[in-house]
Design a protein around this ligand. Structure first.
Ligand code: GDP
Length: 483
């Protein structure tokens, strides 16, 4: 728990069971070490020794190949110029992945974790495009080096033009029969988006990886958590199983390793926590994402939230004063509800409901919502910082209700090691019945996985071909997750 008494009893596992390196200065990023374990219960998921050793060797690799090193200079020399193929030309000892920021912050966090795992599996170094506000959000994750792609990286000015029409787009090259064993390009663009073509998603197949593996620079634009589809590849599978014997904890571990909010964001998180959540006996997070043309307040969404939380006994019913049997002098339990949404109306109604009438259990329900930004403003610094602070605050709650197919919600529950209650996506402006379902695992859903298999399995849905995955509860037949 988070209250003072147990704080002193539980020794802080500063390094999260060995997941984190001790090689950082604590003050430069206070969220990294014991600070965050003050706010979070110890995780029931322990990282494997193999994952720990793999992370330590990745840190060495990143230091050797990262920005400013001779290896980096060699790898970037003439990149983008004599680009056709490098045949036998020496381009250095290091291979890289460049992650380009696209879509909202939840998408970005899930995809950084995905490319990082792919990098771990293929001995590559991950560099993140810093043209967006990454360094205002996250501390550096690897000691003695940087994960930010230098501003003078030769391909950066072309990133905006990277898409399916680009001649170095992997799916396009497949379509044009431009792949051959004796010419390896120095860079490839990988398009792993929700609406990518089957050809682009061939990236996950074993045969395709043989060629891709040789390319020194891979530039990714992706908005989906593609970790479950890495299990497609039989050569990667044994390694994945060694790294993550508890398969559903992949993102949970990677996120706690990679994403440490900057001191500024950490201040927002801790001030809010102390002011509103720390004193509660129990906390409930409710993440409300409305995917609709004219999104905002909808009565059917409000009805759905109430019916889910009351059915699942996450919130009590309200009764009349006369029905209220609770003796006011008894010690009443305090439950804090943290609502996050672009719209303030949901939390306002919930708050009024529990103020105007007593709860059937006698519990005192407090409702809080940190921000109500109304519209998504990705790449505006303070907006993104609030979004990160809210995902993080949600991850600290005891129970969590999230909205179907929202990556914002996926990050929150998985970071927290929580199995969420998933609110089904409403259809035709009515509250679904049942309103929600308890997730079977803590790992996020890979929305829009390949709809095809590889080779012999061609045409078969991923959920049937990839081992250790099942259909996502919130996205039938178009989403798979590890369990
Ligand atoms: P998704 O679209 O639900 O998958 O989540 P993303 O995080 O990728 O994109 C939605 C973006 O809208 C967020 O990154 C925020 O910028 C904004 N947003 C959506 N919901 C919330 C919320 O509850 N709180 C805050 N602060 N921002 C939100």
């Amino acid at each position: 728990t988070i209250n003072g008494s147990s704080e002193s009893k539980t020794p802080h596992d500063k390094l999260l069971g060995g997941l984190l390196t001790a090689d950082f200065d604590e003050r430069s990023c206070v969220s990294r070490y014991y600070q965050s374990s003050l706010y979070r219960k110890p995780s029931p998921y322990k990282p494997s020794q193999y994952l720990i050793s793999k992370l330590r060797s990745y840190e060495k690799l990143h230091k050797r190949c990262g920005p400013g090193t001779d290896a980096y200079k060699e790898a970037t020399k003439n990149l983008g110029h004599d680009d056709e193929n490098y045949a036998n030309k020496h381009v250095g000892e290091c291979k890289y992945i460049v992650w380009v920021a696209v879509y909202g912050l939840g998408n970005r966090i899930l995809t950084i974790a995905s490319v990082f795992l792919y990098a771990l599996l293929t001995d590559r170094v991950v560099l993140v495009d810093q043209s967006k506000d990454m360094s205002d959000l996250f501390c550096e994750p690897f000691p003695g080096t940087s994960w930010l792609l230098p501003n003078d990286f030769p391909l950066t000015k072309h990133f905006d033009g990277y898409g399916r029409g680009y001649s170095r787009c992997y799916g396009t090259m497949l379509n044009n029969h431009a792949i051959s064993a004796n010419s390896t390009p120095r860079h490839l663009y990988l398009d792993i988006l929700h609406d990518s073509r089957d050809e682009d998603k061939m990236f996950f197949c074993q045969k395709d990886q043989t060629m891709i593996d040789k390319v020194p620079w891979l530039v990714f634009k992706t908005n989906v958590y593609f970790v479950p589809s890495l299990w497609f590849n039989p050569t990667l599978r044994p390694e994945l199983m060694k790294l993550f014997p508890q398969k559903e904890a992949v993102f949970h571990h990677l996120a706690r390793y990679l994403f440490h909010p900057t001191n500024q964001v950490w201040g927002m998180i801790t001030r809010y926590h102390k002011a509103h959540l720390a004193r509660a006996d129990e906390t409930l997070g409710i993440q409300i994402r409305v995917f609709a043309d004219r999104a905002g307040y909808f009565q059917h969404v409000m009805d759905q939230i109430l019916s889910c939380t009351q059915r699942e006994k996450l919130l009590p019913q309200v009764v009349t004063q006369e029905e209220s049997k609770v003796n006011v002098s008894t010690n009443q339990k305090l439950k804090a509800v943290l609502v996050t949404s672009l719209y303030p109306e949901y939390a306002d109604r919930l708050k009024n409901m529990f103020w105007e009438r007593p709860s059937s259990t006698g519990e005192i329900i407090e409702v809080y919502q940190p921000s109500g930004e109304r519209v998504q403003q990705t790449d505006k610094k303070i907006h993104d910082q609030k979004a990160l602070a809210e995902m993080y605050l949600l991850s600290l709650t005891d129970n969590i209700v999230t909205s179907a197919r929202s990556t914002f919600g996926y990050v929150a529950h998985s970071l927290g090691g929580l199995k969420p209650w998933l609110l089904y996506q409403p259809k035709d402006l009515t509250a679904p019945d049942p309103p929600c379902i308890r997730s079977t695992s803590i790992d996020p859903c890979h929305l829009t996985p390949p709809s095809h298999g590889c080779d012999a399995d061609w045409g078969t849905y991923s959920g049937k071909v990839v081992p250790f995955v099942r259909d996502c509860e919130d996205r039938e037949h178009d989403g798979i997750k590890l369990f």
